[in-house]
Structures are given as structure tokens and as C-alpha cells.
Write a protein that binds this ligand. Sequence first.
Ligand SMILES: C[S@@+](CC[C@H](N)C(=O)[O-])C[C@H]1O[C@@H](n2cnc3c(N)ncnc32)[C@H](O)[C@@H]1O
Length: 332
Amino acid sequence: MTAELPADLRAGLETEAARAPEERLAQSVSRLIEAYRSGKPASVPILTSSTDVLAYAAYRMPATFAAVRAALGQIAGAYSDFSPRSHLDIGGGTGAAVWAAADAYPGLSDISVRDQVADALTFGARLTGKANNPALRKAMWDQWHASTSAGLPRADLVTVSYVLGELPAQAQAALLAQVIPAAAGLLLVIEPGTPAGYERVLRARQAMLDLGLTIVAPCPHQNACPLSTTPGDWCHFAARVNRSAVHRRLKNAQLGHEDEKFSFIAGAPSPTLQQPGGRVLRHPQFRKGMVTMQLCRAAGDVQLQIISKKEGTLYRAARDVEWGDAWPPPGA
Ligand SMILES: C[S@@+](CC[C@H](N)C(=O)[O-])C[C@H]1O[C@@H](n2cnc3c(N)ncnc32)[C@H](O)[C@@H]1O
């Protein structure tokens, strides 16, 4: 799916990016790409200056926004009753997840972001200060470190977006132990769609199950992940992001878009679910008169499903199916 940035977020990012010389931003982008690619937990914050924060916002925030927005789309399909009023974004950085949640849930009125990096919070607050949505404009931005022992306030929606990978394994477990009880309605944990990101998501999934949450998405079941025993395979999805001109220049990229790969897990304390029969795990293959899709199924297994032209209405629906969609479509 393509997740379009809200116009006010796009405009805000462009205005902000114009504040610093592009050469300095591009240097920061190169350093940040290196740091995130290394996949090592960070012993000190990766965002070390206001230029880093600006660079992160310009080249990563559109992608993390798109990933969170796509995950919330899957969640809405399985848990349509969920309409949060409060949102707590942990390790929220410049606030991509609060923009995505506000886009998905217009009823949000009480939004709070916590992060260790003061510059990221200041930047995020400046950006939401110009948002069209009044709930975003009055969001709270608080400096906070994951090692803090004080409990977190409860919120209907809690998000932990692209954070676990910056923490050592023990600190990841400790953070999950804090955020799971804080999620009054739903907890979303999202990571890069790499094998390592998927491993962290698997551990988060197990922690959610151990503490009594029900898995809402992407899995259409509560069993062990069938891909965890498939060598070389891992559960992940892709969200298409249209790149702005400055985004392209900072990444020295030619294409007008990029596909952000992400892995995620969402759990809820007591949801009323409409879980699908299956979830499409890869780009479906379209051949003449035939659509082939790899499905994670409610039975807890993975199977190839072929829908042929003979299946009429179902085939017509299959021609529109995308990676990450529920299958069969509701009502089919
Ligand atoms: C890759 S950024 C993700 C930012 C944002 N959630 C997003 O999706 O764009 C990781 C964020 O986690 C924060 N973070 C990492 N370790 C942290 C810790 N121990 N305590 C608080 N925040 C932390 C960083 O400061 C950074 O803003």
C-alpha cells in the first residue's frame, strides 16, 4: 500500500528541511544510515544534535509514518471496534507514529510522546504545533529514558516504533514489561522488516502472549509463528512512500518512491476481533487467469493458495489483493 503523508506533515517537513544547509543534512543522513544499518544496540543516543534530528525527520520519518500507518490499517481490519482516545508513543522521536495514529483514529484527543532525546521532542512539538488536527497541536512531549523505573501511564493505544533495535536484549524485555501493562486498548510494536527486526517482533509477540494479550495483527491466529521454523523466511510487509525532492536529494536517490519494509505485532487485552481467514505474506503473483498468494492462515500454518478465473467473484477480488491484505476479503 502507499501511505501518503498528510499534507500538513509534508509541508512541515519541507519547511523544516530548508532550515539547515543541505550538505550538512546529507552528511548526517549518511552517518545515520550507517548507524541504523549496523543493527547494533546503541550505547549512546544515535541522534546527537539538532541537525541529526532534522536529517532523521527528512529521510526516515516519511518511511516510519508509512509503516505505522500500514500496520494500523491491518489492525483496523481485524479490530474495527477499537477507537482510542489516548495515545502514548514510547521512543517516539520526532513523532511519526502520532501523525500516523491521528490519521487512522480521528477520535484521539490525548496524545503523549516520550523519548530520551530532547532535540527530537522539541522538533516533534514544533511540527505538530502546525498540524491541522487540534489533538496533535496539544500533544505532550516528555523526555524519558527506557531504564527509568517509574511506571508508565496507561493509554488506549501504546506504540513502540523502531525502538527495540536500539536497545540490548535485556532492555528490550524490560521495556516490553513496562509497555504491555500500559496498553489499555492496544499495543503496537514495529521494527524494520529484516530478519533481526522480525526476531525482536517475535520476542515482543511472546511477551504479549505471556502477559495475557490477544494478538490482533498481523497474525490471524494465536499459535506459534509458522515462519519462525522456516529457514530464510520471516514475516514482514512493505509500505510505499513517495519521496519529496529533498528526500531524494538527501538519500542521493533516483526513484520517486521507496518501499519501507517492516515487521510488526499488535496485541490487545480483551479485543472483540474479526480476524481474517488468512493474511497475504508476499506480493501475490498474477498470471493469466490465475492469482497465487502465500497465506498465513487462521489454522496457524502457511499455505500457497491459487485462485483461478473459474472462481468468478473471488477471482475478481484476488486481482486487487496486495501483500499484507486479509484474505478472503470480508463477506466473500
Ligand atoms: C529509530 S528512532 C524511531 C523514532 C520514532 N519512533 C519513529 O518511528 O520514527 C528510535 C528512537 O528511540 C529512542 N530511544 C532509543 N533508546 C531509548 C531509550 N533507552 N529511552 C528512550 N528513548 C530511546 C531514540 O532516542 C529515538 O528517538
